[in-house]
Each structure stands twice: as structure tokens, then as C-alpha cells.
Design a protein around this ligand. Structure first.
Ligand code: 6PG
Length: 467
């Protein structure tokens, strides 16, 4: 009998997703460019091998799947996806569905969806989060493309997705590139969550002289409170780990240069296109870029001397640090959801805001307890800034003073906290009814006669510049 679905690309994510699909009872055909890998994958699949059909050629793959077919691509984002689609389409029927499950740039997905629409063939772009473990046992899935195409495979995608108290973490977000856009924002938030944690780690390590195991203990404790999340949990675990070769804490032997594949950067680029402020995410991306400048940073340290980072005893408590992270996290998510709102309006997607928070509650990298509260707040007011919901406004009132104290203390001692500082600054901007943009408007009018609006009259006005 034929398989219900196919998958191309048996890298880590593709292999894990295939095992997950097979384990949920679906027969799946798999193909990898290097067929030795396909063979090996099949041999190592154990009990699941009987539901997996390894294919040596694309023709075999296509022939082994029941019509109308559905084939998942799990190949590196960018040109490989287009190459794979170009190789596959001629072998397929008009109703056969291609699903790009990689980390595509949503603009590429929009273009591929438009091409598929023009050719009269179905196409989906789905964001899959959760790393290797998530792909194997339950990722978070953000679907995009035609709803009828999604409906054809929704039973498989919801079956393999993470489960949050009986609700699968897989949802159709909207047409075209909507799923990949939501995934990019997920990753931008992922960068920001990671950066804020790294900043707090830096304050403990450099400001307070904490050992890696002290830091681990702090993260472990916080994981029992409002910050409960996968990223806090793994931060505790990585801080507690010991290097086999040297016996030192693993953190102490890892180079301080962060990698990035581009999804966080895309979030910031798209936010700029939309004029949506996401300063916490911008700070996080910039911090990764700065981390790469190792040689320059060392040169600067030799020239200017290191900052006097040691904090006086008792300057910041562990509670201050926890609360600063809580407030920073809320600012970051408020910005992320507002970016999603802006994109939804611009691209006409009708993004389901509370559903986005819901599919992020389990399976994905940014999963956290707080996302459930966000889902509730967004259910009540989907378009509203999260910071105005009664629940989060209360949390901000309680935790923003610590954010200010932590950022002020860090800045005055040369400890870096760019993402936390951006969160604080966003908070201050968002509660400033009268900003200083009157000065900007005056300058624009002065040098370019761009005009300004008056506080006391309607219409466009010019200043008495005497030009
Ligand atoms: C996920 C992750 C994943 C991402 C990696 C690395 O949701 O599972 O976001 O998709 O590729 O975390 O991203 P960077 O290499 O850009 O850090």
C-alpha cells in the first residue's frame, strides 16, 4: 500500500520529523539526495521502519505516495528549496501538495505561494519550532498558505505537534508566507529571550563574581516562578554542566561569539519595513553581531581597559534580577505581538493573535508559562498591546522598578544590558504622552519645509524660520 505522506531531506530535523510522523501511525516515504543516508535512516528506525518507505530516487518517492500526494521539504532554506521544487514539480500531479517546513524567509514563501497559485498547484510554507527534540516528539507548527491545502494535512500536522493540555500546538496562521512570518517573529523573540538571559548571566558572572554553578542555581530557582520556560530551564542546565576534557564548567570553555542563521535578523528587517518598533529584538540581534567582533573587542579592551564591572555587595539581589527579566520579557513579547499585528494588517493575513500565543505554549523554543497568560490577554483584546492588559499591566507595575534598578546599576558599572535597557526604554516611551518628536518635526520643517501639526489647531503648518 502507498504512503500517506512523503518527506525530502533527512538532515536532523527531517529525520526526526519523519520518525515522529511514523510513530503517530502514518505511513511515510522518505528521500535524501545522498541515498546512503536514506538507507541508514531506515535501518536505524527500529520498530518504526515498517511504516517508512526509503526511496532512492524522486520518481520512486512520488510513485510510493497515495494521490493526491503531500510531500514535506526539509532542506536548507533558500536556493535548495527552489531547486527541490523545480526537480519535484514536473513529477507531480496538479493536486499534489508541496510543504516547505524549513526556516524560509517569508518573502520567499510568498513568492513560491504566488508561483504555485499561478501554476494552479497547492503549496504550504510551515514554520516548525522545537529543535531536534521537538521535531521528534512534538514541535510547534505555524502553518501558512491556502486554507484548503492546510486542511488536507492538518490531521497529520496536529497529530505530530506538541500537545498543550489536550490542544495541539499546530495552527493555520494565514495565506502565503504567514506561517513563516510568525516563525521568524518566534525566532526574533527567541533571540531576545536568550540575550536577556545572557545579560542577567553577565551581571551575575562579572558583576557579582558568581560561579557557573551559582548561576545555575539562580536559573533553576527562577524556573519555578513566573519565568518558568524552556530557555530558563536549559540555561540552568548549561550553567551546571562540566566539560569532560578540563573538568571546568562548560560555559567557561565556550567562545563568546554567537552564531546566527538569519531568522532574528529577518524579524528586525521586516519590523523596519513595517515601521513597527521592536527595540528589544533589535538589541538582541545587534548583540549577536557585536559578539562576532571578538578581535576588535579585545583591541578595545587593551586600549580603553575593561569596564569596572564589579558591583558593590548587595547592589542587586537575585530577586531584582528575576524581576528585571520578567519585565524585560513582557516588553519583548508586547513588541513581538505588535509586530505581528502590523504585518497582519499590511499583508491582509488576519493573523489569529491568541492562537499564536497558544501554539507557542508547548513544543517550541520560546515555550513558557507566561505564554498561556498572553493567550488569555490576547483573547480578550487581540490587537491591543499586551502591556495594557490588566494582567500584564499589573506584572509591569510590580517588576518594572527592578528592571530600572538592574539596568541603571549595570550601566553605571559598564555591565552590558542592551536588550534589558531597550525594554526599559520602550516602557518609558510607551508611558510618555508627550515625547520629544516636536523637536524632530521642527527640524524637518526647518530644513525641508516638511510641515508640522500644531497642538492647538488642525492642518499643516510651517514655522517662522524666515527662509
Ligand atoms: C526553533 C529554532 C530554530 C533555529 C535555531 C538556530 O524554533 O526550533 O528557532 O528554528 O534554527 O534555534 O537559530 P540561529 O542559528 O539563528 O540562532
Amino acid at each position: 500500500s502507498k504512503s500517506e505522506i512523503g518527506l525530502i531531506g533527512l538532515g536532523t530535523m527531517g529525520a526526526m520529523l519523519s520518525l515522529n510522523i511514523a510513530e503517530k501511525g502514518f505511513a511515510i516515504s522518505v528521500f535524501n539526495r545522498t541515498s546512503s543516508r536514506t538507507q541508514k535512516f531506515h535501518e536505524e528506525a527500529g520498530d518504526l521502519a515498517e511504516r517508512i518507505t526509503p526511496c532512492k530516487t524522486l520518481e520512486d518517492l512520488v510513485a510510493s505516495i497515495a494521490e493526491p500526494r503531500a510531500i514535506i521539504l526539509m532542506v536548507p532554506a533558500g536556493a535548495p528549496v527552489d531547486e527541490q521544487i523545480a526537480a519535484l514539480r514536473p513529477l507531480l500531479g496538479k493536486d499534489d501538495l508541496i510543504i516547505d517546513a524549513g526556516n524560509a524567509n517569508f518573502r520567499d514563501t510568498e513568492a513560491r505561494a504566488a508561483q504555485a497559485e499561478a501554476d494552479g498547484v497547492p503549496f504550504l510554507g510551515i514554520g516548525v519550532s522545537g529543535g531536534e527534540e521537538g521535531a521528534r516528539h512534538g514541535p510547534s507548527i505555524m502553518g501558512g498558505g491556502r486554507k484548503d491545502a492546510w486542511d488536507r494535512v492538518a490531521h497529520i500536522l496536529t497529530a505530530i505537534a506538541a500537545d498543550y493540555e489536550g490542544t495541539p500546538c499546530a495552527t493555520w496562521m494565514g495565506e502565503g508566507g504567514a506561517g513563516h512570518f510568525v516563525k521568524a517573529v518566534h525566532n526574533g523573540i527567541e533571540y531576545a529571550d536568550m540575550q536577556m538571559i545572557a545579560e542577567i548571566y553577565g551581571i551575575m558572572r562579572d558583576g557579582q563574581g558568581a560561579s557557573a554553578s551559582d548561576c545555575a542555581a539562580a536559573f533553576e530557582a527562577w524556573n519555578d516562578g513566573p519565568l518558568q520556560s524552556y530557555l530558563i530551564e536549559i540555561s540552568g542546565k548549561v550553567a551546571a554542566a562540566t566539560d569532560d576534557q578540563t573538568g571546568k564548567p562548560v560555559l567557561d570553555i565556550i567562545q563568546d561569539r554567537a552564531g546566527q542563521k538569519g531568522t532574528g535578523r529577518w524579524t528586525v528587517i521586516e519590523a523596519q519595513h513595517l515601521g513597527a518598533p521592536v527595540p528589544v529584538i533589535e538589541a538582541a540581534v545587534a548583540a549577536r553581531n557585536l559578539s562576532a567582533l571578538k578581535a576588535e573587542r579585545e583591541r578595545g579592551e587593551a586600549l580603553f581597559g575593561a569596564s569596572p564591572v564589579a558591583l558593590p555587595d548587595g547592589a542587586l539581589s537575585r530577586d531584582d534580577l528575576e524581576q528585571a527579566l520578567i519585565a524585560g520579557k513582557i516588553m519583548c513579547y508586547a513588541q513581538g505581538f505588535q509586530l505581528l499585528n502590523a504585518a497582519s494588517a499590511e499583508f491582509g493575513w488576519g493573523l489569529p493573535m491568541p492562537e499564536i500565543a497558544r501554539v507557542w505554549r508547548e513544543g517550541c523554543i520560546i515555550r513558557s508559562t507566561m505564554l498561556n497568560d498572553m493567550a488569555e490577554a490576547l483573547t480578550a483584546a487581540p490587537q491591543d498591546n499586551l502591556m495594557f492588559s490588566p494582567f500584564f499591566a499589573g506584572l509591569i507595575e510590580a517588576n518594572a522598578p527592578a528592571l530600572r534598578k538592574v539596568v541603571a546599576t549595570a550601566v553605571s558599572h559598564g555591565l552590558q544590558s542592551p536588550a534589558l535597557a531597550a525594554g526599559l526604554s520602550y516602557f518609558d516611551a510607551m508611558r510618555t504622552g508627550r515625547s520629544t518628536a516636536n523637536m524632530i518635526q521642527a527640524q524637518r520643517d526647518f530644513f525641508g519645509a516638511h510641515s508640522f501639526q500644531r497642538v492647538d489647531k488642525d492642518g499643516a503648518h510651517h514655522g517662522p524660520w524666515g527662509l
